[in-house]
Design a protein around this ligand. Structure first.
Ligand SMILES: Cc1cc2nc3c(=O)[nH]c(=O)nc-3n(C[C@H](O)[C@H](O)[C@H](O)COP(=O)(O)OP(=O)(O)OC[C@H]3O[C@@H](n4cnc5c(N)ncnc54)[C@H](O)[C@@H]3O)c2cc1C
Length: 523
């Protein structure tokens, strides 16, 4: 089934989905190819911080200005993906107040509202902060739900004619002389291979940018930096907490729905598919962040996870925190003599829309089109529909008990009806696809008590011929193995007890055995 389009987008992270939406809104046909589900890359493995730009104000004013501009736009176009928590840059005695003054001046220069608070005011707002703090600055940071943001950009693009191919990977770029003409792709579920022809190919694969470029003998300067994060069992603070000091590792806490996300570390990494959070990183994050919020030492953690940032690098440096968080747009026609190929990488989750705007402006100019960008004006389709925990609780309370639907995930109150609606769309091809589109398995039990119920529902659908999911037992084992990687680094105290309970349920009651213990392999 060879396909033809105007623009082939490789990568279904925030950047790729944003580009698909922007192109569709300007009437330009496109196809997007993603090797997993949307948000399989850094877009689903970040800290979920809606940056005000404060973090970059002193050292990277351009990135700071981009952040505050996009922060304001996202609040308008995607209010349902954002929690307006506000943020505090907290000074501890060892940070001193000198940096605070520099920080406030830099924020003002970048157009970021920055309000200095006394220790008393700060502690009345966030009682769990270290009582020894010497001051804080309030900025318009917030929390963003990357899963909803990306999926909604993609859905909107599709409704306007964009073709989206998930679980489909680009294996090589196709060139004819000095021009790119498309790409060879492979469906990773069916194994089918085909060609997508397009006069323009956009490489929006983030950290994988050089994998794609390598297929045509090209390379750009990016450093890959792994960042690890921890998820707490409760929400520690109401606001985003930053340390008021030059950006370093282990200095941000982001509230996220019912939990908080602690981060991050920064370590060079070459492997983009298999990386784990080490016990050293966990100890580092707990010790470092407990300086700002001492209660962290006694907190229960539900999971650790990591993502890889592509940092755009000109020369050689070992100081990853010193590399700009800005993005680059590279026209390989101009740089390498290979026309029709463009790479966009770097940046932040919250600058995805701007990145998309820049690349679509570039393509329009080359195509001789004069259609202005409207993505900063038009709200995403789900804006106005309740997604927050408060919305979910209110909806449940309004229903009379008899009409309450079956709850699939007790930790995060995910009703069966919302999963049914996703399955009915007919787009889902793997378990992870459902998990990316709901809060199922994101709570305390990490899927231990809900994923088998979800598989039951998927199996029912499968019997009706709607879903090719394969063996439920195999999928369940793969899920448990994958979750285990994130649970193992934070396994002590009560988490350890719960994990033992879950293990005994699966092994003792469900008779689930590791793959190599199952006679004949498949159950
Ligand atoms: C630890 C960490 C914390 C962060 N915290 C924040 C934060 O709090 N706030 C913020 O704004 N930003 C944050 N970021 C940055 C942000 O996550 C990224 O800038 C953003 O998600 C990049 O999006 P992207 O679409 O460019 O790349 P990605 O999301 O990585 O998307 C690239 C996609 O390309 C796909 N792909 C790769 N190869 C192929 C192929 N051959 N064929 C088809 N598809 C392919 C991948 O599967 C992937 O889905 C953080 C990043 C990290 C790593």
């Amino acid at each position: 089934m060879d396909l033809q389009t105007e623009v082939l987008i490789i990568g279904g992270g925030a950047t790729g989905a944003g580009i698909a939406r922007d192109l569709a809104m300007r009437g330009i046909p496109s196809a997007l190819v993603e090797k997993g589900d949307f948000t399989s890359g850094a877009s689903g493995r970040n800290q979920g911080l809606l940056h005000s730009g404060g973090r970059y104000a002193v050292n990277d004013p351009e990135a700071a200005r981009e952040c505050i501009a996009e922060n304001r736009i996202l609040r308008r176009i995607a209010p349902h993906c954002i929690e307006d928590t506000g943020g505090l840059f907290v000074s501890l005695p060892e940070d001193g107040l000198e940096y605070q003054a520099t920080f406030i001046r830099a924020c003002e220069a970048a157009g970021i509202e920055a309000l200095s608070l006394s220790p008393r005011e700060t502690l009345s707002m966030e009682p769990k902060l270290n009582p020894k703090l010497i001051g804080a600055v309030q900025v318009p940071d917030g929390a963003v739900d990357p899963f909803t943001l990306v999926v909604e950009n993609a859905r909107d693009a599709e409704s306007r004619g964009s073709r989206l191919l998930l679980h489909t990977e680009v294996t090589t770029i196709v060139r004819t002389g000095g021009r790119v003409t498309g790409a060879r792709v492979r469906d990773r579920i069916t194994g089918e291979e085909f060609t997508i022809s397009a006069p323009w190919v956009v490489n929006a694969t983030g950290a994988w940018a050089n994998h794609i470029l390598g297929t045509v003998g090209l390379k750009i300067g990016i450093a890959l930096s792994k960042g690890s994060m921890l998820i707490t069992n409760t929400r520690l603070t109401e606001r985003v907490i930053n340390r008021c000091r030059p950006p370093a590792s282990g200095d941000i806490i982001v509230p996220n729905d019912t939990v908080s996300i602690l981060g991050t570390t920064s370590m060079r990494s070459d492997d983009l598919e298999y990386y784990e959070v080490t016990p050293e990183e966990v100890s580092f994050l707990v010790n470092e962040l407990a300086q700002a919020v001492p209660a962290i030492r006694n907190e229960r953690f539900t999971r650790a996870y990591a993502g890889v940032r592509p940092l755009v690098q000109e020369g050689e440096t070992d100081d990853d925190r010193g590399i700009s968080r800005g993005f680059v747009l590279i026209d390989h026609g101009e740089r390498d003599g290979l026309a029709g190929l463009v790479t966009i990488t770097g940046g932040k989750l919250i600058t995805y829309r701007l990145m998309a705007e820049k690349i679509v402006d570039f393509l329009c100019e080359r195509m001789g089109l004069h259609v202005p960008c409207r993505t900063h004006l038009q709200r995403l389709p789900g804006a106005g529909l309740g997604h927050t925990l408060k919305d979910r609780l209110l909806k449940l309370r309004r229903q009379v008990p008899a009409s309450r639907s079956e709850i699939l995930c007790d930790c995060e109150l995910v009703p069966r009806e919302s999963v049914d609606a996703i399955l009915r769309e007919g787009k889902v091809r793997a378990l992870q696809d459902v998990l990316h589109r709901t809060r199922l398995a994101k709570g305390t039990c990490q899927g231990g008590f809900c994923v088998y119920r979800l598989l039951g529902v998927m199996n029912e659908m499968h019997r009706e011929g709607r879903l090719g999911v394969g063996s439920s037992n195999r999928i369940l084992k793969e899920f448990l193995e994958e979750r285990w990687k994130g649970i193992r680094p934070v396994l002590w105290g009560i988490s350890l007890k719960e994990e033992e309970l879950i293990e005994s349920i699966y092994k003792g009651l469900f008779n689930l055995k590791p793959e190599d213990e199952t006679p004949g392999g498949q159950p």
